[in-house]
Every structure is written in C-alpha cells, then in structure tokens.
Design a protein around this ligand. Sequence first.
Ligand SMILES: Nc1ncnc2c1ncn2[C@@H]1O[C@H](COP(=O)(O)OP(=O)(O)OP(=O)(O)O)[C@@H](O)[C@H]1O
Ligand code: SF4
Ligand SMILES: [Mg+2]
Length: 383
Amino acid sequence: MTTTETAPLAGSPADGDVPILEALHVTKHFPARGSLFKRGPRRVVHAADDVSIALRAGRIMALVGESGSGKSTFARLLAQLHPVTSGEIRYRGKPVRVKGGRSLRAHVSKVQLILQDPFGSFNPVATIARTLMRAVRIHHPKATAAEQRRIIDDLLGQVSLRPARQFTEKYPHELSGGQLQRISIARALAANPDVFLADEPVSSLDVSIRLGVLNLLRRLVEERGVALLYVTHDIASARYFAEDTSVMYAGQLVEAGPSETVTQNAAHPYTQLLIASAPDPSRADDARPRDIGQPPSLIDPPSGCRFHPRCPFAMERCRTDAPPAFALEDGQWAKCWLYDGDDEAAARRVENAAAYGLGAVRPAGRRLPTDAPATTDTKGDQQ
Ligand SMILES: Nc1ncnc2c1ncn2[C@@H]1O[C@H](COP(=O)(O)OP(=O)(O)OP(=O)(O)O)[C@@H](O)[C@H]1O
Ligand code: SF4
Ligand SMILES: [Mg+2]
C-alpha cells in the first residue's frame, strides 16, 4: 500500500471532478435523553460516526439502512439542519460553515431536503399557489408578480402537474400523496438547487405511484444535472434507481460501491442480510439466513465491528477491533474483517459464500488506511 493511496469515497466515478456536496469524517453525537441532568460521564447517541460521502452532478447515491441507523440524521447534517460534532461538510470543495441567518439560507437554497411525508410539510390552510408563491418570492425576489406566477406554472410543469391552474387553487388535503410530493419537489426546485436530499421520498406513497415520483426525480437529475441522495430502507429500489449505493449500519457506513455490485454481489454480511430479508417471491425456498435480528443501542454501541453480535461470520478480532475499509473489485468496498488476507478470514469467506449460495468465494480485499475518508467515492480504488 502506498502512502498516497486513499480509501474510496462512497459513490462516484473516477473522473476527477469536484463533488457538489461532500461529507468528510462526519460525526454527530446527540446528548442521550435525560443525560444532561445526571452525574457521571455524559451519555451520547452515536447517530453518525465518521461518515464520508461524495455527491456528484447528475448522479444518484442511495443511502440504505434499517430504521434508526442514522440515515435521516446524516441527510440533515448535509442540509446543515444539525451542526456536526466533528468532521466537515464541503460544498463544491469548500468547507461549509453555516451560522444561521444568511449563510444558512444560502446553503438551504443550494441543498434542498425532500421529506417522506408531503402532507406534514405543507400548511393545511394555504392554497398550493400561496405555498409556492412564498418559495418563489424568497428565491426570485426581483421578479414581478406576473413573472412569479409564470415561475409557479413552470415549476408545476416541471413536475408534470399540468395544467397548473388545476392545482394552484387547491388545498393540500384536496390532493393525493403523489401529487403533493410532486408539489414539494416543485417547491424545492424554486430555489434552483444543485443537490436534492430525498429522505424516503416515496415510502409514504401508494406502491402504484412510487415509480412515477422516482422517475420524476431521475429525470430532474438527468436534465438539470443535480446530485441526489436517495435515503431508503428499500435496498431493492437502490439497484434500479441509483448509480451508487452506501449502506449504513448503527451510525456508520459499512459498504459502498456501484449499486449493481452492492445489490447483486453484496460483500458485507449486514448488506447480505438486508438483501436476503427483503421480500422476493422468486427466492421463496432458498436457505439464506433471514433472521435480521435487532439493531444495537447507539448510546452504547458494540465494540469492534458494531455488527458482530448479529453476524454469523464473526471472528475474535471482530469483537475488539473496528474493521478498516477493504477495497474490493469494481469500486466496491466493505468495512469487514472477512476481506483480510489471513487464513481464518479466507475460511470464513468460504462459509459466507456457502451460506448465501454465492457462485465463487471472494478474494481478500486491499486494506485501506483508516484515516482516509471511506466514502462512496470509488475514485480512491482506481489507483
Ligand atoms: N434530535 C435528536 N436527539 C437525540 N437523538 C436523536 C435525534 N435525532 C435522531 N436521534 C437518534 O439518532 C439515531 C438515528 O436516527 P435517524 O432518525 O437518523 O435514523 P434513520 O436511519 O433515519 O431511521 P428511520 O429509517 O426510522 O427513519 C436514533 O437512535 C435516533 O433516536
Ligand atoms: S467485521 Fe466481523 S462481525 Fe463485522 S461483519 Fe465482518 S465478519 Fe461480521
Ligand atoms: Mg429516517
């Protein structure tokens, strides 16, 4: 390993361009409930620990993990709605230091959060026109009233709600969840953002309309060149929707790489369990492990690898030492001791391949330095 080698940043091509939005070694610890008034060491919730990610123009990064793994917290850190405990957020290569007021507004206009529940994000007593006009006035203060109305019509057209007048005079309760989610996307577009952070954008919608909203987001990414972080529980949707996938477990990224590789050839036992436990009628009879168990406490997370209490392949070192990132093939990496170069790890990889019916036993990976950001940027892997 050379000293210039860097761990791969979760999710992006080796084209040398600067990511639009980046998190580098970002950690967020919340005070644990009740701990502020107790004696003794302050207890914290480890909602995000040393997470690095790079979001690039025209690409979608899926952030996958079960409930409570820290996905929303991480999206909110990127949006600067929480201050980071440590680490850095960079916008177009420059550190973002938001102190409220104008700097927060500037960041928010470039980095827009889209939430799971569209009903909760609208004023129930304001018409759609009024809600959108508010956003348009903030981001286009110099436009005349007629221009602002044209901007609203155009925004609704961009989210395929036409003719606009069919929607502008309605109240949120008069629209379906899918229509309202489209309007929340239109409202986000008013700011002309570079980045969308979509936190479970379709999980509250009927299954029948989810695809339409995802297709809309995909079209906006392609046509406008925005970067999109797609937060989801649903690892299967990551495969067809996102170029890159990062997997989060108990506040840490554990695996990342191109979505096709991560979903079809998962390396980390947690990702493998997530995939095996996802509903798939075509695999009804297979014998893969499905009991996904319970996530650990984030106040007192397990030592070593945080997944070790649930991992069928855990070794002694997993209980004591946090695994570094191991670079695998095709820009994929995993933080897992299975990919170490010794005989015990090799034997466990054989067991792992047998348990999941993998065609071939994977080779060991290339150990990456722990101080470099393990993100979804597959760039580091190409050296
Ligand atoms: N403001 C807060 N104060 C204290 N703890 C918090 C706060 N926000 C989140 N947490 C904790 O951080 C952890 C991660 O929560 P988060 O909502 O980010 O998970 P998630 O992956 O988005 O879960 P879900 O899939 O259910 O939305 C949880 O233990 C949660 O209770
Ligand atoms: S590091 Fe060990 S415990 Fe953690 S996922 Fe890998 S094999 Fe399992
Ligand atoms: Mg969440």
